[in-house]
Write a protein that binds this ligand. Structure first.
Ligand SMILES: *[C@@H]1O[C@H](CO)[C@@H](O)[C@H](O)[C@H]1NC(C)=O
Ligand SMILES: *[C@@H]1O[C@H](CO)[C@@H](O)[C@H](O)[C@H]1NC(C)=O
Ligand SMILES: *[C@@H]1O[C@H](CO)[C@@H](O)[C@H](O)[C@H]1NC(C)=O
Ligand SMILES: *[C@@H]1O[C@H](CO)[C@@H](O)[C@H](O)[C@H]1NC(C)=O
Length: 794
């Protein structure tokens, strides 16, 4: 760069700024302390003012004040004159940074700077008031060249070694001198704006100013400032970093001499990035566009900090700041939430969000081969995007404990659980503790926490619902209300847990074979009411038991059901003269749906005495002791109506006949309700004529046996000749010889003895009403008209 100076126009400009000093001091004294929280600080490169915005107020506005008047700092005026105004709404504050070389700042020898501002604040009623802010800063000497990259402008200042006249010598001529400077001196100044590959433009400083290129002279420096993206600026890639460069040459012609000053500003355009952990900002290791002419630059020092101050190495290490140089690029980074920045949490769409903002301050010095230092100053506001921190819940329920345990994780350190809603019942955390709920806060590491709540299944607010087959559903909806502290901003999270538990199984019966029946028993359980116990389609209750002759014993702990043989509900199989099997089945039905959920079936072997069984597939099986009527009778000489049907088995006294209901001469009768099948066991007397016994047609003894079925329960009776009944038929047996026909009484259920036919009367002796299943009443009208079916039965 080249500089050399002649007095004249420059001197006058210089004089104007220096002469302002006294006036400014007066103003400073008259300013009052502001009524709103405000911070004013002298930083390395600028004055920093931060004003809190009252919660209901509007953003403040600033005016820069100097001897010539007050100048509102607007969006367009700020970058021209070295002011940066921003509103940080999340932090409710407005910030103004003013360059030491800003337009309306009093400059004493480039060392002491005095600022004057009016800060306007509008109250709720819309009334605007203002207060004065003034500050004087003494700053260390500037480097020969200072390049500053602010948020809204680039500024370069170079030392000109031009002596500034003392304020006193100028003061008297102030007004006159100012006029001269305006009319003549500036006029002779020219600015050449250069852009690579384009034709240079030469214009007066005034014209340049109207285009947004601002040039001013201080006691010892020449300052050039412009906002970003101006017409003569260019963007270059330097080591993969976009850099905006603007180059101006200021020259002044006076008679025989021309003074030229090269002013180059270059700023990295990197806006910063966030990798999830750190905020990064990149700039070329050597800002080569700052090289002017044949000189070289090398980087001598890099420092970083925040809020306009570079921090020392130790502080940087402690805070985790880092500067790394690779591939000729400097990467400055600041870890999330590090000291120096501002972490802010807030609720957005019912989600906790946080972000971190920091105002990076970067300083680098370059030295050229002549030892001339260039200082590069950067202010870069960086912020992470809002980082949502949604809570998550984990079901930690353990069935064994019968307690819902829900874990709510990812709760930042500045959040407090204030209340929970259990199935719609809101309880504050304090009350919950008093009510005995366990709510604990545990650390998850990394400054986050979790809450764990425990609610027993049997808790009053837990919803319990019977599903089926002994399953209960326990469910709990939890609404967690969380507050960000201290601002008490609330957000909510919902957790829902439910579990299915087999709390009730259908009762299981123990069963036992007895001599004369089957015995079922079970202990009472809590959920017995969920089931019906049934025999077929009939629910067991004391009434049914007494109707059918079951013996029901139901005390406070146990239910016992004794089912005597030949009561309704048995199925008989494998009948011989010696033994047969009887099976009885208890059904456990869902009391609501009546679905069968369990069957308890018991099959027992019994000794045969006498019986009559009418099976569902149309077979009558009868075992009868014929010697009771005719003591000398020979069982082998008995037949059915069809005399070719002989007993399948006999012993000394008993016969066993088993025959299809459409065979052996079986008669049948149908009325509205019943089909009755009847046959007879006939004992044939043996007459001895000659030596050969003869069986006569006249029977000496007849026993009538019947099977009675309800009509509606029989299928395809006459169609395909296959017999099929819903339920076993009812058997009747009678001895027409000894007793008049009658319905035989059901066996009286008596333990141990019930199965033994009594010998006291013929009626009682007959095994009666042998086997019945199904709730229908057998016909009581005795022996109506009988017809002989085809084929001796059907
Ligand atoms: C602020 O300074 C101006 C002079 O520029 C003065 O007139 C005014 O009274 C001051 N206001 C306050 C509130 O101090
Ligand atoms: C804490 O954060 C570090 C990175 O900052 C990560 O590596 C670690 O896994 C985190 N620990 C937990 C418990 O989240
Ligand atoms: C919660 O956990 C319990 C026990 O592990 C499990 O039975 C249940 O199904 C879970 N419920 C939900 C809704 O996640
Ligand atoms: C047995 O008694 C209990 C009450 O003790 C009653 O709930 C239940 O219905 C009874 N069971 C039968 C089959 O009568």
């Amino acid at each position: 760069m080249a500089f050399g100076f002649v007095s004249g126009g420059l001197l006058f400009l210089c004089a104007v700024t220096c002469a302002l000093l006294d006036f400014v001091n007066t103003l400073q004294q008259s300013s009052k302390l502001p009524q709103v929280p405000i911070v004013v600080e002298c930083k390395t490169q600028s004055l920093f003012i931060s004003v809190d915005i009252p919660s209901l107020g509007s953003e403040p506005r600033f005016e820069a004040v100097d001897a010539t008047g007050a100048y509102p700092i607007t969006e367009s005026y700020g970058p021209q004159c070295g002011y940066t105004y921003s509103v940080q709404s999340l932090l409710s504050r407005a910030v103004l940074r003013a360059s030491y070389f800003s337009c309306h700042t009093d400059n004493q020898n480039d060392e002491v700077f005095t600022f004057m501002f009016r800060v306007f604040i509008m109250d709720q009623s819309g009334k605007e008031s203002f207060f004065n802010v003034s500050k004087t800063c003494s700053v260390p000497p500037f480097s020969p060249r200072e390049v500053t990259c602010e948020e809204n402008y680039m500024e370069v200042s170079v030392r000109t070694d031009l002596p500034c006249p003392t304020a006193g010598s100028i003061k008297e001529d102030f007004s006159a001198a100012y006029g001269v400077a305006q009319s003549s001196a500036i006029e002779t100044w020219q600015v050449m704006l250069q852009q690579e590959g384009q034709q240079s433009a030469v214009m007066s400083t005034e014209d340049a100013a109207t285009l947004g290129y601002f040039i001013m002279v201080t006691p010892g420096r020449l300052v050039f400032r412009t906002s970003f993206g101006q017409p003569y600026a260019s963007v270059k890639m330097v080591n993969n970093v976009a850099v905006e460069v603007i180059q101006a040459t200021v020259f002044f012609r006076q008679n025989w001499m021309v003074v030229m000053v090269d002013l180059v500003a270059a700023c990295s355009l990197d806006e910063g990035s966030f990798d999830g952990y750190r905020l990064h900002w990149r700039t070329p290791a050597v800002m080569t566009p700052l090289v002017v002419g044949p000189s070289e630059l090398r980087s001598e020092y890099i420092g970083m900090g925040v809020d306009g101050e570079v921090v020392d190495e130790q502080a940087a290490t402690d805070r985790g700041y880092s500067v790394t140089v690779s591939d000729e690029t400097v990467d400055s980074s600041i870890p999330y939430a590090a000291e120096g920045g501002i972490r802010k949490s807030f609720v957005m769409d019912n989600v906790y969000n946080e972000l971190y903002m920091v105002q990076l301050t970067y300083q680098q010095t370059f030295v050229d081969q002549h030892g001339v230092v260039t200082k590069h100053n950067v202010v870069r506001q960086m912020a992470t995007p809002p980082i949502p921190r949604p809570p998550f819940s984990v079901n930690q329920t353990t069935l064994e404990e019968r307690v819902f345990q829900v874990y709510l994780g990812n709760i930042p350190f500045d959040v407090e659980l204030v209340s929970v809603e259990l199935n719609g019942q809101e309880i504050s955390v304090l009350t919950a503790a008093q009510m005995g709920y366990s709510i604990t806060r545990v650390s998850e590491g990394n400054n986050t926490f979790a809450y764990i709540i425990r609610v027993p299944f049997e808790d009053q607010f837990v919803v319990k619902q019977y599903i089926s087959e002994g399953y209960f559903e326990y469910s709990l909806e939890i609404k967690w209300t969380l507050n960000i502290m201290p601002q008490m901003e609330a957000y909510y999270h919902y957790s829902s847990v439910s579990t299915f538990i087999i709390d009730a199984l259908p009762p299981v019966f123990d069963s036992m074979c007895a001599d004369n029946g089957i015995s079922f028993m079970k202990d009472h359980q809590q959920y017995d009411y969920l089931w019906d116990i049934a025999i077929g389609s009939y629910t067991l209750n004391p009434q049914l038991a007494s109707e059918r002759g079951y013996i029901l014993t139901n005390d406070s702990t146990t239910l016992i059901l004794d089912v005597p043989l030949f009561t309704i509900g048995y199925i008989y199989e494998d009948i011989t003269l010696q033994q047969f099997y009887g099976t009885f089945e208890l059904l456990t039905k869902n009391a609501k749906t009546l679905e069968i959920e369990q069957t308890s079936s018991k099959r027992c072997l019994f000794q045969t005495t006498e019986l009559l069984v009418c099976s569902t597939d149309g077979v009558m099986t009868v075992v009868s002791d014929i010697t009771k009527a005719v003591p000398s009778a020979d069982p082998a000489r008995t037949t059915l109506l069809d005399t070719s049907c002989r007993p399948q088995e006999t012993d000394e006294a008993r016969v066993l006949f088993s025959f299809g209901l459409n065979t052996c001469g079986t008669r049948f009768q149908v009325d509205q309700q019943y089909v009755t099948y009847e046959n007879e066991i006939i004992f044939h007397e043996l007459y001895s004529t000659d030596t050969r016994p003869v069986i006569t047609r006249d029977a000496a003894y007849r026993v009538t046996v019947r099977c009675i079925y309800p009509v509606r329960g029989i299928e395809s009776l006459f169609v395909d000749r296959k017999f099929s009944a819903d339920t076993p038929g009812i058997g009747q047996i009678k001895d027409p010889v000894k007793v008049p026909p009658q319905m035989l009484k059901p066996m009286q259920p008596q333990k141990q003895t019930a199965m033994k036919p009594s010998s006291q009367s013929a009626a009682a002796r007959k095994p009666a009403d042998y086997a019945r299943v199904g709730q229908w009443t057998p016909p009581l009208d005795e022996y109506a008209q009988w017809s002989l079916g085809p084929n001796g039965g059907f």
